[in-house]
Design a protein around this ligand. Structure first.
Ligand SMILES: [Cu+2]
Length: 173
């Protein structure tokens, strides 16, 4: 007789279901929406932004812009271009940026006498923040300067008789 070996191999898979239970931590409060994302506070080492200003002066004794804007404490790169054709002796132009509180009429009167210094009066240098060279038709000059204090600054052309027409404001914010 055939002895049927009923191998009852009961493989008891010891399913150690270590289901520790999804212990959901309910600590998320409703205030989570108000949490600020990244701390993007301005670091002083951040790259400095330069303000580029392009100003033109013409044979019509005018600037193309009379209102300029810049940022306090950051470099201002200003280019003045004389778009006309008249020579420097007849229609010279510059840009003189004056310190706040400067008496423009008085400054211009002094500039009249400073022909040998491109109409930049040496006695009034304390009132000047920056200035370009005096230019004739077709010429240009670029200057870079920084204004630390916010405010409204007057700029003029100091060539004789020009400032009444060639005057504008640089607003520094
Ligand atoms: Cu001028």
């Amino acid at each position: 007789m055939k002895t049927s070996f009923k191998i009852l191999s009961f493989l008891f898979a010891a399913a150690t279901l270590a289901s520790c239970g999804n212990d959901q931590k309910t600590t998320t409060t409703a205030d989570s929406a108000t949490v600020s994302s990244a701390d993007t506070s301005i670091v002083t080492a951040a790259p400095v932004t330069e303000t580029v200003l392009n100003l033109e002066a013409s044979d019509q004794m005018k600037y193309n812009l009379t209102a300029l804007k810049a940022t306090a404490g950051q470099p201002i790169k200003l280019t003045l271009k004389h778009t006309g054709k008249f020579p420097i002796t007849a229609m010279g132009h510059n840009v003189v940026i004056l310190k706040a509180g400067t008496d423009v009429d008085s400054f211009a009167a002094k500039a009249l006498e400073a022909k040998d210094n491109q109409y930049i009066p040496k006695s009034e240098e304390g009132s000047i923040i920056a200035h370009t060279k005096l230019l004739g038709g077709g010429e240009e000059d670029t200057i870079t300067f920084t204004i630390a204090e916010k405010g409204t600054y007057t700029f003029i052309c100091s060539f004789p008789g020009h400032y009444t027409l060639m005057k504008g404001t640089l607003v520094v914010e």
